[in-house]
Each structure stands twice: as structure tokens, then as C-alpha cells.
Design a protein around this ligand. Sequence first.
Ligand code: G16
Length: 559
Amino acid sequence: MNEHQRSLLLESSSHFLPPKGVKLSYGTAGFRADATLLRSTVYRAGILAALRSLKTQSVIGLMITASHNKVSDNGVKIADPNGGMLSQHWEPFADSLANASDPIQLVQLIDDFVRKELISMDNGYPAEILLGRDTRPSGESLLDAAKQGISSIIGAVLHDMGILTTPQLHWMVRARNMGMKSTENDYFQQVSNSYRCLVKLIPDASKARKLNDNLVVDGANGVGGDKLEVLKDLCGDLSIEVRNTSNGEGVLNEGVGADFVQKEKFLPSGFGQGDVGLRCASLDGDADRLVYFLVKPDVKMIDLVDGDKILSLFALFIKEQLNILKDNNDEKTSDPYHPRLGVVQTAYANGASTAYLKNLGLDVVFTATGVKYLHEKASEYDIGIYFEANGHGTILFSDSVLSWLEAKNSVLSSCSGSKVQNAVSRLLAVSKLINQAVGDALSGLLLVEAILLHTGWSIQNWSELYKDLPSRQLKVKVCDRTAVITANAETVVVQPAGIQEAINTETAAKYPHGRCFIRPSGTEDVIRVYAEAATQEEANSLANAVAKIADQFLGSGSS
Ligand code: G16
């Protein structure tokens, strides 16, 4: 690092000293905390994004959001060149950077890291960063901090893309680095064109349409509802009513949104008696999660159609298309290529969903919570579908399967309208519709809508694919959640000693069909408890009992 760069960093970072007594860590999806604590962290994330851009000689994304968290929190997510999450290999550096106590220590850390990673700071390639933020009131001042961090690396160029959903920013980063059109309008065009293409491929779409009128969407009082208002108008004959946009009175994620609906299994604000029987969906605060629900006649309660059921719907559809190609292949050609289809879940996946997917003959694998883990695993397949029960997921298509489909498409172009040609066209349309960078509630919603039209299913039919086992999730505030270390895709606690035995004893004694695990959240200062059992009462009681165990072992952190 030359002297000019060093003094620029020293001067600029002296305006962004970290808050005293606070230790921040790069969690499940970046840094997240009360917004008042984050200016120095976001400034440093700006530096990190610029260094990552120099290292990869690619455009990097920086998104200011705390997604499903309460409105007073904020956070920052970094998008890597492929649009995915920051390489895990850089997370320890992100942690050290965020916690460096003063400018001298900060510059020393950067200097050491730049040497270790062989980052050239003057090779003629300027760092280039795309910036986005959600609708949180603290976003503007944090955006300014990020800009100052980026600008403290000589030559860095930044593009403020404005208020976006997180998946839109990830999509733009990927598109930019692939040399494709990458504006917000390009996103809307690609997604809506692919949706319309899928609908055109449905033989009797207008008949199916009657069954599937009137989708009502809860936008969590955030950015997702606003963007959906624009997108739905480009999708042609699609009837969506959007409630809880950011322009209303409601507070972001408060009593609304995918996290609330999925965890509490309650009706979000703005929904009521008039919605009984309607197909409803909920997005989270930055629109990277999607769940569906059906309002029950005894209002307030809902039938939840969660990420596991979205995964199942997608898996069925993709499998159907691949089977068409396979059957044709056996009869008429000798194509040796059979794409490997796999699905990825976490320990939160309802046991009934896993059993259902395995019964379909699918390869089901598990990872720890966090899109960064699921995405990586799904990318090992030709077509990898991953979803968390909370509604975060997507479908990944490998380069080889896309080339195979493109090649088939050109060979088959003379048999336009044939079963096989249609299956190829559907798979290609799905690959363009569904976000290849990260889970995306808006593109996921359009794919769900297209598949429901294709199958002619109502939300009831979809919901009845299998019956969820009763489950309950709780949060427990403890003194230090980082004391909990887990293994086996977070199903077993290995530290502190004794907790897992206590959970096992409790489960075995009273809940013969029960399953329960705890893990530290990487986005909130809590331990999460998940329990599944034969009845709802048992699931509630097991979750409460294990929450007490966590409290006994870890000490109450109630503040
Ligand atoms: C983020 C991650 C998700 C994860 C969720 C909750 O979602 O992207 O993969 O499931 O946090 O994580 P935890 O249980 O560790 O708090 P979001 O929508 O909040 O960005």
C-alpha cells in the first residue's frame, strides 16, 4: 500500500470509530445490529467490498438491509462477483475489520491482508461497487458511510442503484459481471418475459386462470411490495393485489411479513375475514423470502404454505419436465446426458416435506442454516433446488445443463409445439425467471403462479401435497449465544457440554415422535429453538421445555 493510500485510509477512518464495548460478527447473512451501532461497520464493509473488487477484478455489491429484523436494526450484505454471498474465506477478515479498535490497527489489518491475498492496489483495474438499500429510515446515513468507505480506496468507482430488493442487487451484480444488461428495468423485463413465456406454454392457460384469480400479497411494509406493483403490470394477465407496501402507515416487519407469518402462523395486519379462502403470499423486509398462506374461517389463524412446500412444488415441476425429456430420449435418441436433480434443506425443514421429497425419488441433502451454505451445496447438481422453511431459496442451473438445453432447443426448433420442445422451453424459461444469484421472493412468486396455472391447482391442492408435522419455533435471549456450538447441520449441540443430553432426555421421555434442536441465530441476538411432534400441543410443550433447558445452561440474557 503506498503512502497516499495509507494516509487517505487513516484520515477517513478517523471519522468512523467503532462503538465501544460492542463486538460485531459477520453472521448468517452479513453484519446486523441496532442501526445506531453500524456506521463504522458499514464504512468498513465499503472498504472490504472495494478490496474484494480489486482481488476478483469484478463488480461487487453492497446492500444495506437487515431483511426480516425489526425496523430499528440495519445491516450490510456483500454480493460476490457471481451475485452470491461473500466468499466464506473472507468472513474472518470482515470480522477483524469491523472490530479494529482504531485507524492505525485498521490500516495495519488492511495492509497485512492485501499482502496475504496478493491484492494489487494499482494494477489499472479500479474497484467497482454497486450499492443498494432497503426502505429502512437509517439506510440513507449508512449508505453515506458505505460510500465513504469505498471512496477511501483510491480509484474506486461506486454506483448508487437506489432502493432495491436484496435479490435485485445480487441479480445486477451477476448480470454486470457476465456482460449482460443489468439495470433494474432489465431485471423486470427478464423476469416478466420469462413468466409470460411459461404461461404461453400452458395448453389451456385461460381455463386454469379462472381457478387462480386474485393473489393477495403482504409486502411486509417494505420494498418488495413496491417493486411487485411495477412487476405485476409487466406480466400481462396477472391479478395481484399488493397490501402493506412501504407507502402505508405500517411499520416494516411489525406484525407483517414472511418471518412473522411463518413463525407465528398468524394472519398479517391488513388481512381479515374478507380474505378467507383466498390465495395469499407474504414477502419479508428486503423480499428475499416468500411464503404463501390461506386464511382459515376462524380468522387470525392460517394454513401456512412455507418454503418446504414451495420447494416441493418446484421439484415436482422440474422433475415432470426432465421426465418428458428422459422418456423421449429413451425412445428416439441416445443422448447419454441425464441431468442430476437434487434438493437442499436445513434442519428446520418439516419432516413431512423431507419424507415427501424422498418418496419422489429425489436426492435430499442438508446443510446448516444460511443461504450461503445451501446455495453452495445446490450448485453441485445440474439442477439444484434449495429452500429454507422460512421461504428463502431458488433453483440453480449449471452451465452444462444450460448448454445441453440450448443445444436441444436449437435441434428441436423445427418441431415447435412438441411435448419435448415445450419441456425444454419451460426449463429454459425457469432458468431465466428464477434468480440464479440468490433466493428472490418476486421471481419465486411468479414461478409459483406459473406452476399453479400449469397444473391447474388451487392453493388448497398445493397445500395438501403432504400434511406438515406440527412444529413450534421459539427465541430465547441468553447471555452469550456464541457459547453454543453445533454439529451435523446444526442438529446436535456439542458445546456447552450437557445441553444435548438434556434435550435428548426430555425428548425421549415424553415425545416419542418428537424432534428438537437449538442453534444460535446469526442475525438476531437470540438462541432459536425448533420442535416437531405428533400434535401441536406436544410441539409447543417440547419447544417450551427445551427453551427452559437453554435458559438454565446459558443464563437468561433478558434485557
Ligand atoms: C438470513 C439468511 C437466511 C437465514 C435467516 C435466519 O435471512 O439469508 O439464510 O435463514 O437469515 O438466520 P438465523 O436463524 O441465523 O437468524 P434474511 O432474510 O434475514 O436475510
